[in-house]
Design a protein around this ligand. Sequence first.
Ligand code: ACO
Length: 325
Amino acid sequence: MSRAVICGTGSCLPTGKLTNQDLTDMVDTSDEWITTRTGIKTRYISGRGEETSKLAANAALKALTMAGIGAEELDIIIVATITPDMSMPSCACLVQQQLGALNAFAFDLNAACSGFVYGLDVAEKYLNSNPGLKILVVGAETLSGRINWQDRNTCVLFGDGAGACILTGDDSGRGMLAAELYSDGRLFDLLKMDSAPSMNPEFAVADYDGSYIKMAGRDVFKYAVRFMEKSVAAVLKKAGISIEEIRLLIPHQANIRILKNLADHLGIAHEKVYINLQKYGNTSAASIPIALDEANREGRLVDNDLLLLCCFGGGFTWGAMIFRW
Ligand code: ACO
């Protein structure tokens, strides 16, 4: 039986670094508050020439190099993002153009912070019907352009970046074993980023004040832990695997307290949970693929290790996925 295997990973961060100390010059906050409440110390912020598509293409190039695959060999490009360079064409088409991946078709996917994991699931469906395909999945964001830098509740949390991986079919027993994805649009209002004002009166916001990220932090916290825990339980059951067998958990990097709570609820040792949010903040759809690339390059995964991914984001969207590496 052929499964979707990850045969290359890559990541890219913009050059501009913003520390907690820098933020104290912008809003009423402190390094101590940000560190204890979120675990974040620094984040990277895009400048000119570091648009979402550029970060995505750079991450993709590294993944292609690791996989030993030329861009022209790609069949499909999926970019998970909520911050594309423009509404049309898609970020994926811009990535295709920058890579010269002219034999692929390309499209974007929006599932907020869960987008990369959703993208892997879509790729797996294509590979089920044609294991010979070579698919690029990228999570890339430049959230810095969509943050209200006067709002201390949100501006300390996020950062920019991109992570990518190449998938193909493999019948050695390695690859994606199971996935469980969910969403609940009834909770849309708890974490959102408005777009331009709508012409539909049903969606018109009387006090529209820009398309910034807004969230109900405590509710997001509560749901994130509860929903990720449930989805992990479901995917473990589906794959017939116990949490003790998992070698590495790479969760969406939102907040250290969410991740510690999640690890405790799941009963997984904290050293098996990959955490890099102290360096990058919350990079939304990019957070899991950046962490995956780092873990891969650090040698945290060896052949046949069981890797668990879990995600949570606006929508709400959430889910979990298991790979045999
Ligand atoms: N610096 C200093 N004080 C702050 C800051 C800041 N940056 N931000 C908020 N505060 C203040 C608040 O104004 C409030 O002050 P008040 O008591 O005088 O009103 C006080 O700190 C407590 O605010 P809370 O929102 O209750 O703080 P809480 O302990 O809940 O922590 C946080 C806030 C970190 C956002 C937390 O709710 C959280 O982690 N939520 C999860 C949300 C998250 O991670 N979102 C990321 C996007 S979602 C995703 O990716 C899944």
